[in-house]
Design a protein around this ligand. Structure first.
Ligand code: ADP
Ligand code: MG
Length: 402
């Protein structure tokens, strides 16, 4: 893969694919407001660096899921405004994705200028299954520019015109954000400092089978909480009441338990859980040992003894990858496990990595100091696919770049 250091940016027109897919709400006057700008903040570095180097920066991004045609509800206008504020320079938004208006805006640029094209998903070819259609759209963008920079880590697992097809048409480079994400995940897959502990949680074990399979040969300890722990507990013969259980995965999970034993990987499961009859902010809760989950209740968080156990098994770690909340952290009665485990991960003396969209959201929601982690990934789906050992189309295309 090339490096952005190799790009002689001055005077060149450079397309930058960023992930600016921020959550929006509407204010009292009906105007869209960004409720969390962290994706824009994470994208500023590369754009500023190129602009400072005298490039004419053309930002490509998507917002939400418009239906392949222009839709003002999904305009990138709020993102362009916020990017401009963070950069401290004007960001002009072209009102088209490609075509004459986009060409005109780019033609009028001076060195150092930053413009943004409208939501790439306003053009159905962006996400088309037909490679020829995607390549046609990518070709329109390529005709505007001299180089392409891939900096939207949250989309590198997508085979899309602005992510992979474009990279085959122009000299292409990873941006600083993509470079940093790739470096972190490559490190934890290939050269982790030990003890190496992976903490997995979240809702469904079936979402994480590939991650478990790929990480088991690499880790020293695997700690499992969240909804997925109940399929492990069931595989060990425990009753799990009305907790999340994927009965069709019990055999697969039993295989993981055996593999962990064979490989000498320490598998750590909760020893107690917080149970309730409903998922709500006012739910009445009880703490029970895992061999005494009542038939009519659900396990919705790991219990205090499990928190102490997980904390203990994290304390000496030199590398931790954490993916998936320990409980239904969105509801106060079930947030403690996720908060305490997040704090324990952040506190290790070594490399602490958070992957997964909901896990990153939990860090912010629960007030865990984000800067105490070595890295919080900006790509939920992409980080999972990376940890599964999959080939990510946007990264593969960078290696095939023209
Ligand atoms: P990530 O996005 O970090 O990969 P997931 O999407 O796998 O995480 O899972 C996040 C969801 O898992 C959260 O919405 C949380 O409420 C849910 N969850 C965690 N523990 C439980 C549980 N015991 N029962 C039901 N849902 C749970
Ligand atoms: Mg999720």
């Amino acid at each position: 893969m090339r490096s952005l250091d190799d790009l002689a940016a001055s005077g060149r027109t450079v397309l930058v694919r960023s992930d600016l897919n921020v959550p929006l709400a509407t204010d009292a006057s009906g105007q869209p407001v960004i409720t969390d700008d962290s994706r824009i903040r994470a994208s500023v570095g590369t754009i500023r660096r190129l602009s400072d180097a005298g490039a004419r920066v053309v930002v490509l991004a998507h917002l939400g899921r418009p239906k392949g045609e222009p839709d003002p509800a999904f305009s990138l206008a709020p993102a362009a405004t916020r990017l401009g504020e963070l950069l401290g320079r004007e960001v002009v938004l072209a009102d088209e994705v490609s075509g004459p208006a986009a060409h005109a805006v780019v033609a009028a640029m001076s060195d150092g200028d930053v413009v943004m094209l409208e939501n790439v998903r306003f053009d159905a070819r962006e996400t088309s299954k037909d490679a020829a259609e995607r390549t046609a759209l990518a070709g329109e963008w390529a005709s505007l520019a001299d180089a392409y920079v891939s900096d939207g880590f949250g989309v590198v697992h997508r085979e899309q015109a602005s992510v992979s097809d474009i990279a085959r048409l122009l000299p292409s480079y990873p941006g600083d954000l993509v470079g940093a994400e790739v470096a972190v995940f490559t490190r934890v897959l290939t050269d982790p400092e030990r003890p190496y502990v992976v903490v997995l949680g979240g809702s469904k074990v079936s979402d994480k089978l590939g991650v478990i399979a790929h990480l088991l040969p690499r880790v020293d300890r695997l700690l499992i909480g969240g909804g997925m722990c109940f399929t492990f507990l069931a595989a060990q013969g425990h009753g799990v009441g009305r907790s999340l259980l994927e009965a069709d995965q019990i055999d697969t999970v039993r295989g993981f338990i055996e593999e962990a034993a064979t490989r000498g990987v320490e598998l750590v499961l909760p020893v107690d859980v917080v149970v309730a009859s409903q998922i709500s902010d006012t739910a009445e809760t009880q703490i029970v040992p895992i061999d005494a989950i009542p038939d009519d209740l659900m396990g919705l968080d790991i219990g205090p003894e499990s928190i102490a156990l997980f904390r203990n098994r994290l304390a000496d770690a030199r590398t931790v990858v954490w993916n998936g909340p320990m409980g239904v952290f969105e509801k106060t009665p079930f947030a403690a496990g996720t908060r305490e485990v997040a704090l324990a991960v952040a506190a290790i003396d070594g490399m602490s990595v958070v992957g997964g969209g909901d896990s990153a959201a939990a860090v912010h929601l629960l007030g865990v100091p984000a800067d105490e982690f070595s890295h919080i990934s900006t790509g939920g789906g992409a980080s999972l696919e990376f940890l599964e050992g999959k080939t990510l189309p946007g990264l593969a295309a960078l290696e095939e770049t023209s």
